[in-house]
Design a binder for this molecule. Structure first.
Ligand SMILES: *Cc1c(COP(=O)(O)O)cnc(C)c1O
Length: 395
């Protein structure tokens, strides 16, 4: 039977896939994917910032093959080599002192929320369990991470939400300061808001949050699930800001296409959780950790992050040459780029796909570009050419 018909029959419809409009993707290589008709597309969605090295990167494929034939999984009751060495490497590359492994972005924020509550009780004493997050943020879909997500449209229908969350306006330090009470344990933000529409933080905002957290003895938590792992031209987005968080969370691109999540904890947070207080069956699985090692090998290779920064500037510059009439604003950090249109962004994304370019559309008005970090100027030029054609076709 036809896959699209089977999907309709057997998969709960949370993604709104449409037989006429949604591609069936069969294969990927580098910056391209192919559909079931053998048609090739330039993939500027990258599995939503997962395929930062493109599809089936040979070093990742080889690492997975080798590890799959040696040891795939054993319980966290035991020591494993890949996991421990990956932890050491992440700590050496960042401001973290220790890490916790899980399997997704949602889970890593869930771990950070639990840690913050324990910190509030243990370090601040009394009843400090509140976490302040930003409007327009995205932190995940489980009940606590969903509550942390400051977008009412995702909350609707799932009330009652988890107690202990307050919201403030992104890039507005005063708004965050106003939400701090004696019950506050932590502040959680994305250095670049992703799902909310690609909004980079202003440096003074994150620096101000750092000061606010220090003054009130709060944990500063950065969700780098989307903006981490080289996406912005630095390995971690916080490096752009001269601000070190107490916790940062990673997932998406870290496993090169396999599921992994990491909660990385600095000095203030590294020793809050005790044995038995948190766990994950698959967390830090040997295969996914081997894949993550290969991803880090590439990302930390000579000149790689400079390439990302350069291509980010090139792409953003070329987008600025497109129609000033249809463009309201372009926001970017490295290769995390949002183009807010005056109208017609959903049509634009659909027409791009028809022309062989995959881009994501947020909320009907923002085109989000998350190309593989391995793109070259030629790939950007090809995408710009398609976008120009599509813009010309729009009313
Ligand atoms: C995607 C995303 C998440 C959720 O990650 P999952 O792996 O889908 O659970 C959390 N935070 C941010 C910033 C994200 O972009």
């Amino acid at each position: 039977m036809d896959i699209k018909e089977l999907e309709k029959e057997y998969i709960i419809d949370t993604y709104g896939r449409q037989p006429e409009a949604t591609l069936l993707i069969e294969r990927g290589e580098g910056v391209y994917v192919w559909d079931d008709g053998g048609r090739r597309y330039l993939d500027f969605v990258s599995g939503l910032a997962v395929n930062n090295l493109g599809h089936c990167h040979p070093q990742v494929v080889e690492a997975v093959r080798r590890q799959a034939g040696c040891l795939m999984h054993t319980s966290n009751l035991y020591y494993t080599r890949q996991q421990t060495l990956l932890a050491e490497r992440l700590v050496q590359l960042s401001c973290a002192k220790k890490v916790f492994f899980c399997n997704s972005g949602t889970e890593t924020n869930e771990a950070a929320i639990k840690l913050a509550r324990k910190y509030g009780k243990q370090v601040k004493g009394g009843d400090a369990y509140e976490i302040i997050t930003a409007y327009r943020s995205f932190h995940g879909r489980t009940l606590a991470s969903l509550t942390a997500t400051g977008q009412p449209k995702y909350h609707k229908g799932f009330e009652p939400l988890v107690p202990g969350f307050r919201y403030a306006h992104f890039n507005d330090l005063q708004s965050f300061a106003e939400q701090v009470t004696e019950k506050t344990a932590a502040i959680l933000v994305e250095p670049v808001q992703g799902e909310g529409g690609v909004y980079p933080a202003a440096p003074e905002f994150l620096q101000g949050l750092r000061r606010l957290c220090d003054e009130h003895n709060l944990l500063l938590i950065f969700d780098e699930v989307q903006c981490g792992m080289g996406r912005t031209g630095k390995l971690f987005a916080y490096e752009h800001y001269g601000v070190e968080p107490d916790i940062f969370t990673l997932a998406k691109a870290l496993g090169g296409g396999l599921p992994i999540g990491v909660m990385a904890a600095g000095e203030k947070a590294a020793d809050i959780l005790a044995p038995g207080e948190h766990a994950s069956t698959f967390g830090g699985n040997s295969v996914v950790c081997a894949a993550a090692h290969a991803v880090l090998d590439v990302l930390t290779g000579e000149g790689f992050l400079e390439h990302v920064a350069r291509l980010g500037e090139y792409f953003t510059g070329r987008l600025q040459e497109l129609s000033p009439v249809k463009t309201r604003e372009i926001r970017s950090l490295g290769l995390m780029i949002g183009l807010e249109m005056t109208e017609g962004a959903a049509d634009c994304a659909r027409l791009c796909q028809e022309e062989g370019l995959l881009v994501n559309c947020i909320g009907g008005k923002i085109l989000r570009f998350l190309p593989p970090l391995i793109i070259t100027e030629e790939h950007v030029d090809a995408a710009i050419c398609i976008l120009q054609n599509v813009f010309d076709r729009l009313p």
